[in-house]
Design a protein around this ligand. Structure first.
Ligand code: SAJ
Length: 443
């Protein structure tokens, strides 16, 4: 049993290094520093490292408590950032929270960042270190990538000189600190002792269940929970398309469906973005053996990926009804983040819509109150546009004055991808309204 490490965790003297200081690594690093541990974060960008060391949080968007926590923990001298992996030599606990995207062509995991972090860590790994992978990974990655790489490069053996755990994060932008503190976690250990060490460590932050399991189970739980959500959203989206086809309102149908016990139909919409839900279903099935043919997951992905193009169809139809060709129109896309009130643009459905509009030759104007480059006065931005296409339910759009919108537009068309507005309100403001899952109504 690694008694020294147990003692160091209990005393909060264990030296912690966090690899990757993004949406996951930064809050987790600050929270362990706040809990009393000495924490060093490693990030490859010198500019972000400098920002953090000056006490400035590099993440924008509504992120309650994070900016203050960065400032406090840096000022208290318990948290600092660096680009230098030599910091790992002193570490007793290393957390890896780097991105694990999926290759858009092959749908297979792109582990460049993970492999890079593992290589640099393994060259600087000291005996007795606990290494925790927080990044989301395809099932069997711990066994086939993480463990072999660390063992081969460092010369240490798992559960002899090295303790290895997969403890996948469960955070969403806008609730980073809250999620880390309050979400249950699975702790996948390469041995029960490794899982127990990690549980003792996370108990300093997490006020929820920490369930010890093996690595494969942890990898499956994380990717399956997000695949479940993707499939649920795909169902809602297909029902939205069906209701449009049949002349009904999916939002009303959904409310009534959900009155039936044990039904929790998700929200249809303009698409599914982010770094997790569109990607984790592919990770889940990436290492299935030949002969296992997943059917539901690729279908759900195709439905959800099709929603931004459905937004284009709604826009094209409304423009056509007004006598305009989409290629000759000027279209305003409202919302560039993938989630409301966030600056996070990873896999944003808006990107797919904007790209297709660009290919058609449409002039596109983009607005987002949170994303640098697209901020500014909304009504000024959309002045002279032929349609406003709402992709994200940002607060600023919820409180939009529809009369002023109709006045600013050259052609008063509103396409609603998130059921932000009532069709009747849009109509009385003089707007032609089309919404995902809603039968066509005339202005
Ligand atoms: N969306 C819909 N309909 C819905 C719900 C979401 O179209 O009913 C869309 C959103 O607009 C967004 C995307 O899906 O574009 C993803 O939204 P999300 O609410 O699932 O949020 P994420 O991706 O930021 O975070 C998810 C979270 N999962 C949830 O079940 C809420 C979070 O708990 C996970 O930890 C995170 O993925 C992750 O890291 O895996």
């Amino acid at each position: 049993m690694p008694e020294d490490l147990f003692v160091a965790i209990n005393d909060k003297t264990a030296r912690v290094v966090v690899l990757g200081l993004g949406y996951v690594g930064l809050p987790v690093a600050c929270l362990f520093a706040e809990a009393g541990f000495p924490v060093v974060g490693i990030r490859r960008s010198q500019e972000k490292v400098d920002m953090i060391n000056s006490g400035t949080c590099p993440i924008e968007g509504k992120e309650p408590g994070l900016a203050e926590l960065v400032e406090q923990t840096v000022a208290a001298g318990r948290f600092q950032a660096t680009t230098d992996y030599a910091a790992c030599r002193e570490a007793q606990i290393v957390l890896i929270a780097v991105e694990t995207p999926v290759d858009p062509a092959t749908r297979k995991p792109g582990y460049a960042a993970l492999r890079g972090a593992l290589t640099d860590l393994a060259h600087n790994l000291s005996p007795g270190t606990l290494v925790i992978i927080e990044s989301t990974i395809a099932p069997r990655t711990m066994e086939t990538v993480v463990q072999p790489m660390l063992e081969e490069i460092s010369g240490l053996r798992v559960n002899e000189g090295l303790y290895l755990v997969n403890c996948p994060e469960r955070v969403m932008p806008g609730k980073l600190l809250l999620n880390i503190r309050s979400c249950h976690r699975v702790v996948g250990g390469t041995s029960p002792e490794a899982a127990e060490l990690a549980i003792r460590f996370y108990q300093n932050l997490v006020q929820a269940d920490l369930d010890p399991v093996d690595c494969l189970t942890a990898e499956l739980v994380k990717t399956m929970e997000n695949a479940y959500r993707d499939v649920q959203i795909a169902f809602a989206n297909e029902m939205a398309l069906l209701c449009e086809d049949m002349g009904a309102d999916v939002w009303q149908v959904r409310d009534l469906v959900n009155k039936s016990p044990f039904r929790q139909m998700h929200l249809p919409g303009a698409g599914v973005g982010g770094h997790c839900i569109p990607k984790d279903p592919w990770l889940l099935i990436a290492n299935a053996h030949d002969g296992f043919e997943p059917r539901l997951i690729p279908t759900a992905r195709a439905i959800n990926d099709g929603m931004p193009l459905h937004m284009l169809d709604l826009t094209r139809d409304a423009l056509q009804a007004a006598g305009l060709d989409v290629a000759d129109a000027r279209v305003a896309v409202l919302g560039y983040a993938y989630l409301e009130n966030s600056d996070d643009t990873r896999n944003s459905p808006s990107k797919a819509l904007i790209q297709r509009l660009g290919e058609l030759g449409t002039e596109v104007v983009v607005h987002d109150p949170w994303v640098p480059g697209y901020q500014g006065d909304l009504l000024e931005r959309i002045d002279g546009c032929d349609a406003a296409v709402v992709m994200v339910k940002h607060e600023e759009y919820v409180s939009l004055d529809l009369g002023a919108l109709a006045e600013a537009l050259r052609t008063p068309i509103l396409i609603d991808g998130r059921r932000v507005y009532e069709a009747a309100d849009a109509a009385s403001a003089g707007l032609t309204y089309r919404g995902v899952g809603q039968a066509v109504r005339q202005a």
